[in-house]
Design a protein. Structure first.
Length: 387
């Protein structure tokens, strides 16, 4: 237990500036200055739910009987690592899994600092419970999880090019054959993917994302909180801040809604924290360098109104969904409205799915509704044929 408590204390990241590329050195210095100005607040207060109850601490989470089962053992039909980005700074390895064997091909693109395991609910719902209807591909973006973590400049366009190579490897090359679901940074990558291989995309589903970041206060506060994961600070306070940025307060304090192996966690918020904790206790999977490289890609993602019109023309506006919650504390709701408008709006055929009071992670917070929405999108866009 003493060893576990030691591991639960976040240490200062070992980033050697002497070997850091200039672009990243500047980004790190800016992040440090930003944190120096903005880090603060009452960690103890931040860990308390709206109803006054105290969430489980990091140590209590690891002692909970469900903690060993927080990541489900979903057996893939296919899994491996492939070399990508040869001639683009690589090659390096990208890890992936395929679940299911149905005719509808879905690729799920995760956001900043996320692992492919975070899609486990959708992997189970589509790739296992409906395995005869869907084939799901999940993967770790460069910089995270089981994929390599090259220390270089990441861009969302280069990360999309990684995906094109992955799709080529598994043979997902047919016209209008791939349904793309991207959340947050994954939605930014999905926009780039739509511009690179529009002819392959049957539906493009952009979840809680942005064409570019406008400097709203919620985003700046959140940027502080996410970078804050990398500095010495009480872990319980860090987990509390991340979950309040990602989810609505109402959902967090509800009893654990997720199926369990041994015993449910007290609340949805406790389960989320357990997943985050498990991620950080995975040796080498969640690193400061990988995180900051991905953060750079997010910060410099920029799609102009003209480029979004090009995206709509290339993919087809009736194949595009924009989903956002009004209570998103990670990427403010203004970005969802901007994305919808610059793609052409509902009147042009883009599907709008805006939700009052919803946080950043609709696939968890609205799991059943989200499942139905994606099912309907797959059916509707598949019916359009190859036009």
């Amino acid at each position: 237990m003493d060893d576990l408590k030691r591991r639960l204390t976040i240490a200062k990241p070992n980033i050697h500036m002497s070997v850091t590329p200039g672009w990243l050195t500047q980004s790190l210095h800016q992040a440090q200055t930003f944190l120096g100005n903005l880090v603060g607040g009452d960690d103890e207060a931040a860990t308390r739910s709206l109803d006054g109850s105290r969430p489980l601490t990091a140590v209590e989470l690891t002692e909970h009987p469900e903690f060993p089962h927080v990541n489900w053992k979903l057996q893939p039909n296919q899994a491996g690592k492939i070399d990508v980005a040869a001639g683009r700074g690589g090659p390096f390895k990208l890890a992936y899994e395929i679940h299911g064997h149905g005719p509808n091909k879905l690729i799920w693109i995760m956001g900043l600092g996320g692992f492919m395991k975070t899609w486990q609910r959708q992997t189970k719902d589509f790739g296992h419970l409906q395995a005869d209807q869907y084939t799901c591909m999940i993967f770790d973006n460069r910089g995270m999880g089981e994929s390599d973590k090259p220390f270089m400049l990441y861009t969302t366009s280069e990360m999309a090019a990684d995906i094109v190579e992955l799709l080529d490897h598994v043979g997902w090359k047919d016209e209008r054959s791939v349904h793309v679901i991207g959340i947050s940074m994954g939605g930014m990558i999905a926009q780039e993917l739509g511009l690179q291989i529009p002819e392959r995309i049957c539906s493009l589903n952009l979840i809680s994302t942005a064409p570019r970041i406008v400097r709203t206060l919620p985003y700046l506060e959140n940027l502080r909180n996410r970078i804050n994961l990398m500095i010495p600070k009480p872990l319980d306070g860090q987990l509390a801040k991340v979950k309040t940025d990602c989810y609505s307060a109402e959902w967090l304090i509800k009893p654990d809604e997720t199926e369990f192996e041994v015993k449910p966690f007290p609340t949805n918020g406790d389960r989320f924290s357990a997943g985050e904790l498990s991620k950080r206790l995975s040796p080498g999977a969640f690193t400061p360098r990988g995180f900051i490289c991905q953060l750079y890609a997010v910060g410099f993602h920029h799609k102009s109104a003209e480029q979004l019109r090009e995206l709509g023309d290339a993919v087809g506006r009736n194949r595009i969904l924009v989903l956002h919650g009004t209570a998103d504390g990670m990427i403010d709701f203004v970005h969802g409205k901007m994305l919808l408008e610059e793609l052409g709006g509902e009147e042009s055929g883009v599907t709008k799915s805006f939700h009052e009071g919803l946080g950043h992670v609709a696939p968890l917070e609205k799991r059943r509704e989200f499942h139905k929405l994606i099912e309907d999108r797959v059916a509707a866009t598949s019916a359009l044929g190859k036009s």
